[in-house]
Design a protein around this ligand. Sequence first.
Ligand code: 13P
Ligand code: SF4
Length: 307
Amino acid sequence: MYEQNDEIQKLREEILRLKDERCALILSHYYQRPEIQDIADYVGDSLELSRTAAKTDKKVIVFCGVHFMAESAAILSPDKTVLIPDVTAGCPMADMVTREALIAKKKEMQDVTVVTYVNSSAEVKAESDICCTSANVVKVVESVPKERKILFVPDRNLGSYASLKADRDIELWDGYCYVHDNLTAEDVKAAKKKHPDAKLLVHPECRPEVIEMADCVASTSGMLRFAKESSASEFLIATEEGILHQFRKQNPDKKFYIVHEKLLCVDMKKINLHKLKKCLEDLQPRVQVSEEIRKKALLSLERMIRS
Ligand code: 13P
Ligand code: SF4
C-alpha cells in the first residue's frame, strides 16, 4: 500500500479535477505504482489497454505505462492527444530491435511473416505483418498460414512459448525482458520451498525452464482471472511486482507472494502522482507518430485487435 495523507489526497483531487476539465481518460498498466492504478479510469494488460484506447470518445488519453503502449494508442487514435507523464519511461526490450535490423533480417529470410510483440517501436511495427501481446500470442501465431515461415520479434522467450503451444517452427529474434529473463529456475525452487502449497503463476516473458514449472502461464490479466477463479488460497507470482496490488485488491482473502523481489521494472515506476498532475496541467509530454509510419504500423496493430 501507499501513504494516504492530506497532501496525497489533495493531489488526487487536483488530478481528478484536471481530468474532467481536459476531458481525459487515464489508463494504467498493472505494473504501475498502486496510487496510479487506483486513480486510473481503467487498469489492464497491454491488449485491453490498446482496445480501450482505440474505442474511447475522450479527447485526451493519459497513458500510465511505458512508451510503446502510449505510442500504440497514438497509432490507433490519431485524432486524440496522447500523453505520457514521463517520456523517458521506455521498455529496454522494445529497443532490442530496430527498423534497419528488421529490414535486413527480412531480406535474409525472404518471404517471411513477421509477428511482432507490441513491446516494440512504431517503426518496427510498420515493418511487421501482425502484432501480438502476451494475451493473444498463440492465437496470432496460429492465424499465420501453415506454409508461411514465421519470424518473431523481439522477445525470444514469448516466441519460444508460442512456438511450443502452436506447434510451429519460429525463427526467434534474440531479445528479452531483463525483468522476467533474470528469474531463474533456482529462484522459483527457493520460493516454492517457502510456500509449498502456493500455485505458481508465470508470465510468458520468463525463460522456458521457469514457464515449465508453472500452474498457469498467462498475460497479466490472465493471471488475475486465474487467481480469482481458483479455489487455491496462496499464489506465487512470477511477473513484475506492481501487479500484487491488483491481486490483493481483487482477492482480499487470498495470499500472494512475489517469487523474487528483483521482479521490478524501473521504467514502469517512473510515473507518479506529481508527474501525472503536471502532465494534465501542461498537456505534455505528447506521444506522436509520423503519418507515414503510423499508417503502416496501424495495419499490423489492427490485424492483432481483430484476431
Ligand atoms: P501484459 O501484456 O501481460 O500486460 O505484459 C506487458 C509487459 O510489458 C510485460 O512485461
Ligand atoms: Fe519492458 Fe519488461 Fe518492463 Fe515489460 S517489464 S515494460 S517487457 S522491461
